[in-house]
Design a protein around this ligand. Sequence first.
Ligand SMILES: N[C@@H](CCC(=O)N[C@@H](CS)C(=O)NCC(=O)O)C(=O)O
Length: 340
Amino acid sequence: MIRLKHLAAGAAVGLLALASAAGAGTLDDVKARGAVNCGVTTGLAGFAAPDDQGVWSGLDVDLCNAVAAAIFGDIGKVKYVPTTAKERFTALQSGEVDFLARNTTITFSRDTDLGFDFVGVNYYDGQGFMVRSALGVDSALKLGGASVCVQTGTTTELNLADYFRANGMELKSVVFEKNEEARQAYDEGRCDAYTTDASGLAAERSVLKAPADHIILPEIISKEPLGPLVRHGDNNWGDVIRWSLNAMIIAEEFGVTQANVDDQLATSQNPEVRRLLGAEGEMGKMAGLPNEWAYNIIKMVGNYGESFERHVGLKTPLQLARGLNEQWSKGGLLYAPPIR
Ligand SMILES: N[C@@H](CCC(=O)N[C@@H](CS)C(=O)NCC(=O)O)C(=O)O
């Protein structure tokens, strides 16, 4: 395989376009390599972070693992590639990673100009602010003149400028390339406020020196639908990622869990569950996957709700409620198309 990652991003994109025109698909590359290269953050509690042993886990990591389960039936076959907000798009364009599972907001320009395909949403979010309680501020609209720590290469940085301008407030943004630096600077009192996606605020607050000394302000200033993305031009590969996520969402909808999946496979009379788990039909083949692709995802990773509760839910340090990330049938936005 041509090593693309050392080439300039623009040239690499051109070569990739040629490669896919010639028929080489990412799924074949991944199968031949024996592992999927999954672009994650450099570390964000609950979403993607390594433990003391270097073992990665989180809601985004589960998506990497789900794809490996679907293709290989083995969640060990993932290489997690840490990327900062700024680096992530070059990593995907150059072929260094096969997809990004990394709190990336779907936007028009990323979809069109940068040449990516967003294949789903694994966390519906919006941008917020965190301050020290001692600052005595209870609304983002009272942040005029405040210094705000923010990470570059993000929608966060752009929304921040928009919000302050729209509300006629003076902004002193303090910009960092790494989220760890931004968080530390805020923790050391170098900024009055810290801003990112609300899920990121919960994640970062959980690792501050004294989490209880900080509050998250009530305003949510943007829509941040976060989800996995692939390069333009390889629809089959996009399908694999899209349906790996959908399988987790559908499994939750139908009550298929890591614990009961074998039982469901053996006894479920629900036609959609039977198709999902490969008891009926040959759905996997249509996507170039084994027939037990979704069974393996549920068995090895769990359904969406299980993944959510395990990593970011109310019983974790992040304490995030399901909110918009609840199933459509329970008032949320998760609505996966049928397996048929
Ligand atoms: N959703 C926003 C922000 C995503 C983002 O990168 N947020 C930061 C702050 S929470 C982050 O995850 N950084 C982790 C890193 O750079 O490793 C975007 O897509 O631009």
